[in-house]
Structure formats: C-alpha cells, structure tokens
Design a protein around this ligand. Structure first.
Ligand code: BES
Ligand code: ZN
Length: 642
C-alpha cells in the first residue's frame, strides 16, 4: 500500500455550490423513469476534481496544434475547443494548471476576455472564458511550463538510445490540465485531433489514429516534421496522450504492434508477440474491440507506472521486458481497459474501481484463456495477498475508509491515495458474482454492460441501478443475500468473498517454510519456478531468516542479478528487511536505473523503516536517483524520504 501523502482536506464548497446551481438550471421536470436510469444518474453527478460546469458549456472536441521545443522543454501552440452550450451560456470554465496562457480568441482570431481563478495546489486554476452569443469554438494560445505533472522531458542520457531526447505524457488522473487547457473530468468526453511539430530526428505518436505515420514536411522548417492524429471517439481527457522520441515500429499482426526506441524495439516485439491472441481472446469474452489498432509504446525506464491504457496505444514500462514473456499480464490488463475504462469510463475518481476492478477481473480472464488456468490462478492469489495486506495496513494506519470501493475523495488528490483496493476488491466483487451466477450469466451481463454504456461514463450508483435491472432483476432479497451494498459502500471484505487458491503457490509457500525450518537452500525445489512462484516464495520468507541463509539463497539462485524485475523487487524488499549487504549494489542500480512507482516507493519506504542505517542510505540513494524520476513519483517520494 502507498498512502501517497498526508491527506489534505480542502473545502471545495464554493465549487460544489456553483455546480449544484448549474445542475439546478437543468429542465426541472425530468420524467421519472429517466431520473432513475443509469445515464440520468451519471448526468447529475458532480466531479469534485474539476472546475468545469458542463451543464452550462461543455467541451466536445479538442484540436491541438503544438510544437515540441526540446531546448526549452515546452509544448507551445493552440488548443481549439468545440463547445456545446446552453442557450443562455455566457462563459465556459476550463481546468488549467501550470500553463502559460497567452490569449484566448474566437474562431476568427478575435480576442476573448478570460480570467484565471486562484491556484489550488491540487486542482490548478479555473480558466473562465467570456463567450460571445452563440459561440461554438474558442482557441486557447498557450505554452506548458516546467511545473506541470503530465509531461516528462527526458535528456538523451535517460533513454535507451542515449543520443536523442524523449517526451511523454501521463494524464491520469488529473494531470491533463497541465498540458491541455480543457475540461479535465472523465465524465466530459471529448474527441480530438492534433498536429504535432517535432525535430525531424524524432517521431510523435498519440492515443489516436495516426494520419501521417512518417510525418510530413513543415514548410520553411527543414529541421522539423509534423504528425497529425485523429481520435474520432469521445474519450475522457485523461486518455489524451503523446510520446515523442527516436521511435521505431514493429508489427505483431495485422492490427497489433509495438513502438519503442529503436534500441529496444526487437526485444519489445519479442516480448509482446502474443498481443494479437490477447485481443482475440478479449473480443471472444466481451465483444468487438472498438478502437481500430491496438499498439504498445514502450517508454524509457522513468515511466512512473507499469502501464497506462491510452486508447489505441498502451504506454508500458520497459521493466516488463523480462526477455521471456513472463510479465505480459500487464498487456492483458491495459488491453482490457479498452472495454473497462476507455469504452465505459469512471465518471469521477471516486468511481475508479469501475475502471480498475473490472479490468483486473477481465485481465485475468484473458490470461486464463491465452495461458491457462494455473497461471491465471497464481496471478489471482498474488493480487488477493496484496489486497489483504493493504486492508490490514489501511486499518492500522487509521484509514479504514479507504478500504471502500467508493471512497470519499472530496478535497483529496486522487493520486495521493493509491492502493490495491479498487483493483483487487473490485475484481473480488465480480468473482463473487461469478460464483453465484456462473460465468455464462455474468459474461452476458458484462457484455451487455459494455454495449449499453459504450462511450459513456459511469458512476457506482448508476452501475448499481444497472446491476439491479439487468443482473439482479430487481430481486431485493437476492441483493441483500449477496451483500451488494456492503461490497460497494462498506469497508473491508464482506464474508461472502471467494478466496482464490493455487496449488503451485502452495508449493512455493512450503519451500519457504522448509528454508525457514533449516533446509539447505540448494536443495529447495525452486529451480524452474515461474515468476509468480518466485514472488510468492520470496514474500513468504520469515523475518527470522539469517544473513547466511540469505547469502545461500542468493548464491544458489543469483537473485540479486535476476533479469525479472518483479522477482528482483521482491528479493530487494527482503534484502532491505534483512539488511543483507551483498545486495546493496543491486539495490543501488535498481533504484537509479528505473523509476516505476510500484517498485521504488515501497523500497524507499522499507529503507526508511530500518532504524539506524536505513534512512541515511535512503537519503543518499534518493539524492542520486531523484533527478531521473517522474514528477509524480518525486512528489510521493519527497514525502517518504525526509
Ligand atoms: N490506469 C492505470 C495506471 C494509473 C492508475 C495511472 C492511477 C494513474 C493513476 C493502469 O491501468 C494500471 O493499473 N497499471 C498498473 C499495472 C497493472 C498490471 C495492475 C501499474 O501501473 O502498475
Ligand atoms: Zn489499470
């Protein structure tokens, strides 16, 4: 678990009041059936993490024309926004943060009046633009600044090729406002088009159809090329994404392929060879893939997440390039988001579990179909164990409210609070339904859900309304028997939870017990363990293990030099806990060579918890590693290492 920051309870009352006023301005008498229909419920939901007042004026399309300046590290140009407005709308409110706003004009270039509201450290500023009567389009002229969180500009030394710079964006959850001035709420879906000008040695890719795969000339600028993109489906703004680098492309099959720095392209293409099979499996489960192509972009090591489900183009950490395709469940996960997340999207960040819980469930079904039940079961158990320890830690830390699927995030940066609860408790909820209804019925329900709400955003309350209609058939006895309310709104795990099991992992736990009981490390039956077995085995090692036993393990299985970053991470966590000196050079290399939050944050936390030697070492390592980390990871680590 990472409680990413001290929780900040800032009053958002003023904003909420303004938005309620906007809601009240809606036609007063909705027909009753509509008022309780899931989409009507969504329409009345307020997103506490956006200043926008979509009921008054709403952005429906973003057209970007931006130039990437790698010397000044800014994107500069225009965002032309198409609006849908109430007849009497006088202004439109956008979300911006750390942007340098130069002007706002109408479509013909005439300046429009605008004001920037107070700057909130989490929310940024409201950009309120005065609208001429009937205006349907405004153009914001702007540049990004160094204070944003979405863009990371990498020096050549931080890339695989070492020769050319790199830029990538990370929009989720509320970072898009730091590179695009728009309404940054997942309930305000927008189509987008873009023209991106880059140095001619680099290639630009986005989460959209690529209209100019090789770029096109920029008249008068021989040293630049322009790339154009089109996303014709309305998507949540956190899914607008860009990558610019010395990229190559390798097709896997007719509709899937890999973009990566040329230096890692072959390795990446090998690793993800099963992408096509995964898309086929996903379609068999829950209906046609709706986004055209499915490609993966492999990023440099400072990418802060494992993966990000940007439409048509998943962004992925290079830490999954294990060389043996063992970590490809990440692709299954991000691919599954093409349904749960991108097609049907959490309407607010309190509904995040609708994205991640559904996706973890779906991911595991893809893994089962492509790689078999044993492998899928092991992954399920690993996830379940993470959930249990997060629930325990959240309770111990006095935050049981965050063991809810639908937490209260008013005034809280959704990024400050990240645990496996929405992921694994969400998936567990669907597995409970699966156990009761059987796969055939649940799958039919889920396919229907994705169809009914395709290209719409969804809240927990609206989902419950849909579940009642289409799976529970308004049987309220069944609803209480299944403890639906407790699952969606209660803390911890309801007792009708179905615990996953895996005999292969039971064997791994037995080996850990054998070692703890004094067995010689070289005699353990672990030699051909798969990655989940190693991780389970390592996590099960007792605190009482001696340095000699750690050394014997390391010598027998070269754990400090594992090429699998999940195994290496689990081993280094033990190395820190046991103050196992010989692994410290490996720890140094790991922390300074990649910046995935899931790995570096727990390792620094573990170091800080080692009384005596730990904090000093953490501070030294962090001083060295910090410049290479993404701003989002730095922000969290600044609160851990101090
Ligand atoms: N969308 C998430 C990543 C994310 C979550 C970004 C919250 C920003 C805020 C992505 O789909 C995800 O869950 N990634 C996981 C990998 C997955 C296999 C569980 C990750 O990055 O570790
Ligand atoms: Zn996810």
């Amino acid at each position: 678990m990472t409680i990413r920051a001290g929780l900040r309870w800032v009053s958002r009352l003023a904003v909420a009041t303004a938005m309620l006023a906007a809601v009240a301005a809606l036609p007063a008498c909705q027909p009753k059936s509509q008022a309780t229909s899931p989409l009507a419920i969504v329409a009345h939901t307020v997103d506490d993490h956006s200043y926008a007042q979509p009921q008054v004026a709403r952005v429906t399309h973003v057209d970007l024309d931006l130039t990437a300046d790698f010397v000044r590290k800014v994107l500069k140009g225009t965002a032309a926004l198409t609006l849908s407005t109430q007849a009497n709308a006088r202004q439109v409110v956008l979300d911006v943060k750390a942007l340098d706003i130069q002007a706002v004009t109408d479509a013909s270039g005439l300046p429009l009046k605008y004001t920037l509201g107070p700057n909130d450290p989490m929310m940024g500023q409201a950009l309120t633009v005065e609208l001429p009567q009937g205006a349907q389009k405004i153009v914001v002229h702007y540049a990004t600044t160094g204070d944003g969180t979405a863009l990371q500009w990498l020096d050549p030394s931080q890339t695989a090729g070492k020769k050319l710079p790199f830029l990538f964006s990370q929009g989720e959850e509320i970072n898009t406002r730091t590179w695009i001035p728009t309404q940054d709420s997942p309930a305000i879906r927008q189509t987008y088009t873009a023209r991106i000008v880059v140095p001619s040695s680099l290639m630009a890719v986005m989460s959209a159809d690529k209209l100019t795969p090789k770029g096109e000339a920029v008249p008068g600028h021989a040293d630049q090329r322009a790339y154009r993109f089109d996303m014709e489906h309305p998507i949540a703004p956190y899914l607008i994404a860009i990558g610019i680098g010395d990229l190559g492309f390798k097709a896997e099959d007719a509709r899937t392929g890999v973009y990566a720095e040329k230096a890692v392209l072959d390795k990446a293409a090998y690793e993800f060879a099963d992408m096509g099979k995964m898309v086929d499996a996903a379609e068999k489960l829950y209906g046609p893939y709706q986004w055209g192509r499915y490609d993966v972009l492999v990023l440099p090591p400072s990418f802060p997440y494992g993966g990000q489900e940007n439409p048509t183009l998943t962004f992925a950490t290079p830490t999954v390039l294990a060389g043996d395709r063992s970590l490809v469940s990440l692709v299954a996960h991000e691919l599954a988001h093409s349904w749960s997340g991108n097609l049907v999207t959490n309407a607010t960040w309190e509904d995040f579990w609708l994205n991640e819980g559904f996706t973890v469930y779906f991911e595991n079904r893809i893994m089962e179909q492509v790689y078999g039940k044993d492998r899928a079961d092991m992954l399920k158990v690993l996830g379940y164990n993470d959930l249990q320890s997060d629930i325990k830690d959240l309770d111990a830390a006095g935050h049981p409210g965050y063991t809810r699927l639908h937490p209260d995030l008013k005034g809280i940066d959704p990024d400050d609070y990240f645990t496996t609860v929405p992921y694994e408790k969400g998936a567990a909820f669907l597995r409970m339904l699966e156990a009761h209804f059987g796969r055939r019925k649940l799958d039919a329900y889920l396919s229907g859900y994705f169809q009914r709400y395709a290209f719409h955003s969804m809240t927990t309350e609206a989902f419950l309304a849909d579940l009642r209609q289409n799976l529970l058939h308004n049987d309220s006895d069944l609803e209480s028997q299944l403890k639906i309310h407790e699952w969606l709104y209660g803390e911890g795990l309801p007792d009708n939870f179905v615990a996953p099991t895996s005999p292969l992992l039971d064997q791994a736990a037995a080996q850990a017990r054998a070692l703890a009981g004094g067995a010689d490390a070289t005699t353990l039956a672990v030699t051909d363990y798969s990655y989940p077995q190693w991780v389970y085995f390592l996590n099960a090692l007792p605190d009482s293990l001696t340095t000699d036993q750690m050394a014997a393990l390391d010598n027998a299985y070269t754990l400090s030099r594992s090429h699998n970053d999940e195994i290496l991470f689990a081993w280094l966590m033990q190395a820190v806990k046991h103050h196992y000196q010989p692994a410290m050079p490996a720890l140094h290399d790991f922390l300074t060579q990649e910046g995935r939050g899931k790995f570096v944050e727990p390792l620094f936390s573990a170091l800080m918890a080692q009384a005596g030697w730990g904090p000093d070492m953490a501070k030294r390592l962090y001083a060295e590693a910090r410049p290479g980390y993404h701003e989002l990871v730095r922000a969290r680590l600044d609160k851990i290492v101090r």
